[in-house]
Design a protein. Structure first.
Length: 233
């Protein structure tokens, strides 16, 4: 059974997990804003030292590949690739929204039996836009990953027929816009290396590895620099 280091940095959550024998061995998370560049490498060092586990014994590094924050993804993927180069280990790239849906199932395992209710993870893409997708309870894709401007008409094709469970950092701002009685909103579901690690097991088993030299995060949208209002002189 593989030992896998899982990394999640696609949002404000900075999360690291160590998996061994298909079980979560250790998890560290930091919810402090803009802490990724400062805390990620520290958290990785701590998770190994505190659990007396040598990083040389890992079999792969799994990283959340996006969509999500440009800066967050860049930091997580860059460090994951650096570890893979240094340790000569394979890189596993995990879809962020699918991992978020997996995180929901970890916290609400009863949903696994509700196969008729789609899961809709949402990440905040600023303003009224979200990154989203639709999955069934087996995490098979119903609607592919997209960037969506939220309107009342969104998902009506599905909401006319069945309930949909919305969750994730982007779902909160949609509550007052998607007004269907079939729309179920669940709070406090955040991306986590826990969900990334769960999905990485099957990818490792099937040898679905990313090319370390050429892999880039899945940004979905181009990076837009925001002009600072700070006066330096």
């Amino acid at each position: 059974m593989p030992n896998i280091l899982a990394i999640e940095t696609s949002t404000t959550v900075c999360s690291v997990a160590l998996w061994t024998n298909n079980l979560l061995f250790a998890l560290k998370e930091n919810h402090e804003k803009n802490a990724h560049s400062r805390m990620l490498s520290v958290m990785i060092k701590e998770i190994f030292s505190e659990n007396k586990f040598s990083i040389n014994f890992i079999d792969a590094v799994a990283v959340s590949k996006g969509p999500g924050s440009y800066t967050g993804l860049r930091i997580g993927v860059s460090l994951a690739k650096g570890l893979c180069y240094g340790l000569s280990k394979p890189l596993i790239a995990v879809d962020t929204l699918k991992a978020l849906a997996q995180q929901y199932l970890l916290l609400h395992p009863e949903t696994k039996n509700c196969k008729e209710i789609p899961l809709c993870p949402m990440l905040d893409a600023r303003r009224l836009e979200v990154y989203t997708a639709l999955y069934n309870s087996n995490l098979d894709e119903i609607l592919s990953v997209s960037s969506l401007v939220i309107e009342d008409s969104c998902f009506q094709k599905y909401l006319h027929q069945k309930k949909i469970i919305f969750f994730g950092p982007g779902a909160k701002k949609c509550k007052n816009i998607i007004s269907s009685p079939n729309a179920i909103f669940v709070d406090d579901i955040e991306p986590s290396a826990h969900g990334v690690g769960v999905l990485s097991q099957e990818l490792y088993k099937n040898k679905q590895f990313a090319d370390i030299a050429y892999f880039e995060p899945f940004y979905l949208k181009d990076f837009i620099a925001i002009k600072s209002n700070k006066k330096f002189f």
